[in-house]
Every structure is written in C-alpha cells, then in structure tokens.
Design a protein around this ligand. Structure first.
Ligand SMILES: NC(=O)c1ccc[n+]([C@@H]2O[C@H](COP(=O)([O-])OP(=O)(O)OC[C@H]3O[C@@H](n4cnc5c(N)ncnc54)[C@H](OP(=O)(O)O)[C@@H]3O)[C@@H](O)[C@H]2O)c1
Length: 211
C-alpha cells in the first residue's frame, strides 16, 4: 500500500520502518522536508519519498497522522479531497485539544470524507518499533503485544487491523465505534500514567489473554 506519514517523529518514524519492512511504499508529507526528523528517517529508509503535506495526502492510499493533536483542523485545510482514503489518527489530545473538537479523530471525521479510524495511539513508540516481548520467565520464547482501534468506519478498521499486524502486533482489538475514541485515548493515558507518572518506564505493554 502507499502509506503517507504526516508527522515523521517518534510514532510516524517507528511505524514507517515497520511497514517498509513489509513492502509498503512510505511517503512523508512534511511541513518542513528539511527537518532533522525527516532527514533521520530518510537515512534509515533510503527509499522513502518526501513531499509536502498536500502532496503526501494526494499520493497516499492511507494517511497516518502522528502530529501533535492541536494541528488537526489546520491540517484538514491543506488536504483537499480525501474521499476514498483511509485516515488513521494516532494522536492523543491529552493536554492540548484541536478546538472545538475533543480529539483529532473527531475533527477528521467531521471535516473530511475519508474513512477515519483511531489506532496506534495506545502504547509508546518503542513498542511500535518493536512489539515483541520475551515470555515471562523465558529467554527463548516470545509473544507479540496487541494494538487497539475505534471508529465507525468498517473500511478504516479493516485497513488499520492489517497494518497493525504488518507492524508486528499480534492482533488489533476493536474498541467499538466513534463513541469509543475518547475511551481509547483514556486507555493511552493509562499506559502513560504507568510509564511516566507511576515511574514504571516505557518498556512494557498491554496484552489481551483469552481462555
Ligand atoms: N511518543 C509516543 O510514544 C506516542 C505514542 C502514541 C501516540 N502518540 C501521539 O502521537 C503524536 C506524535 O507524537 P510523537 O512522539 O511521534 O511526536 P514527535 O516525535 O514530536 O513528532 C511530531 C511530528 O509532527 C510533525 N508536525 C508537527 N506539527 C505539524 C504540522 N502542523 N503539520 C505537519 N507536521 C507537523 C513534526 O514535524 P517537524 O519534523 O517539522 O517537527 C514531527 O515530525 C502525538 O499526538 C502523541 O500524543 C505518541
């Protein structure tokens, strides 16, 4: 797939590298193609295409948004027509909001005609770069952690789930419709709370177990 990354920082860079390994074409739509973050990603991925935000949105079949959330409304003004494209919102509007919307997802859903899905927001970027963990007590056996998504678009969720698996997650669980997007951001805040506020550090993840 042609995947455009808007926001080639920690999250965008980690997912770009995972998806490139699976053979996806990665395009960065950058506000500043000369930024240090874009240059670093280009060193890691020599086949990376770099363009501006409108050019990236025109080219990509899937648009991953991994910018600070408060730019969501401004971004949609640059986008032009996005009908027929999947927009994956990986942002978390925890401190700054894309006013008047509660989340970037809700701005994209209201202001674009894309198939909008919330995904890749619930864990740290280190877990996106490497979703594999050793099983407790075993140096040899490993498991892959899970990803989570929400939104009303069945098409968006189908694509996000496949891209989560392509990025190395074992599964991508459906939290429900667009009314569950804020819950998914609170779930992200639960990870942030343990990692940062409770001092657990960033090398842990949530995993769904069944019996
Ligand atoms: N860090 C995590 O572990 C994590 C995990 C899950 C979700 N998230 C969420 O993911 C988002 C990105 O986090 P991050 O840690 O990856 O941030 P980051 O490393 O600071 O990268 C942000 C990227 O967004 C770009 N950007 C900023 N404003 C822009 C605009 N107006 N138009 C286009 N591009 C713009 C920046 O471009 P320049 O290169 O020009 O600066 C930069 O490449 C945030 O919403 C965060 O809440 C983060």
């Amino acid at each position: 797939m042609k995947i455009t990354i808007i926001g080639a920082g920690n999250v965008g860079g980690a997912l770009a590298q995972q998806w490139a390994k699976k053979g996806h074409d990665i395009i960065v739509g950058a506000r500043n193609p000369e930024s240090d973050k874009v240059k670093k990603l280009k060193e890691q991925l020599p086949n990376l295409s770099i363009t501006d935000v409108p050019g990236g949105v025109r080219t990509g079949e899937v648009i991953l948004v991994a910018t600070p959330p408060q730019f969501a409304v401004e971004l949609t003004r640059e986008w032009g027509a996005v009908a027929g494209k999947v927009i994956i919102d990986a942002t978390n509007a925890i401190r700054l909001k894309p006013t008047p919307y509660a989340t970037a997802f809700h701005a994209f859903e209201d202001l674009t005609k894309g198939a909008v899905v919330k995904c890749f927001n619930t864990t740290g970027f280190e877990n996106m770069a490497n979703p594999e963990y050793n099983l407790p007590g075993s140096a040899d056996a490993s498991i892959c952690i899970d990803m989570f998504m929400a939104g009303d678009s069945a098409e968006g969720k189908e694509v996000a789930k496949q891209l989560a698996i392509d990025a190395g997650f074992e599964d991508c669980y459906d939290f429900g419709g667009s009314d569950k997007v804020e819950l998914l951001e609170q779930f992200a805040l639960s990870w942030i709370n343990l990692a940062i506020f409770q001092g657990m550090g960033r090398q842990f993840a949530f995993k769904v177990l069944h019996r």
